[in-house]
Design a protein around this ligand. Sequence first.
Ligand code: G3P
Ligand code: CA
Length: 230
Amino acid sequence: MGFGGAQLIIGHRGAAGLAPENTLDGFRKAAALGVDAVELDVHRLEDALVVIHDDALDRTTSGRGPLKAYSLAAVRRLDAGGGQRVPLLEEVLAALPINVGVNIELKASGTAELAVPLAERELALGRDMLISSFDFDELGHAAALGSSALKIALLFGRWPRAGWQVARRLQAWSVNLSLETASERLIRQAGERGLKALVYTVNDRPTADRLMAWGATGVFTDFPDRLVQA
Ligand code: G3P
Ligand code: CA
């Protein structure tokens, strides 16, 4: 498990189609279903990393308005689904078996300096760790702070002209492509440059099979139950 395999199934925000996204229940569910890794999103609040996708609370919690308007204690009193709290990154890491890889997606500035030490601690314990972001400045901080064992992934919703140059500059391990962007050509070009290609978000087996046949190394899914092979 982890990111070493050839056909990786990565639980997106835990198992977002099966349990409230970015909650301990979701991460545990994904692990129980046999994913290779889970993906999660982090924001910074009072020198802690909270695991939540949006910079506003409305969609996924009982709170209202911007995350930054709340204290950490107040956010931790909110319901993130099924009576669960918004977890801290440390809590997710502690809840997951060590053979489950973790992809930390940096959603805001100031997250790399807190995420990298935690990722390095997990690496020392034997967990495979990947840090990704759409924010290549923040990702650059993570790449500079981390050891060579820490995998770096560039996230792309659309492919930009300088994509390969940025990947080379950050010594990325993978390019993580939206399903809309992930063409056979782009996936092949990634392979030619020694980069893995991971694709988000893939919720059916035929699409996953097509992407893997094109050379994708793995997919992020909201429904690990549909994709993990028995
Ligand atoms: O990391 C893959 C995917 O999670 C990136 O997009 O918006 O779901 O965080 P988003
Ligand atoms: Ca994400």
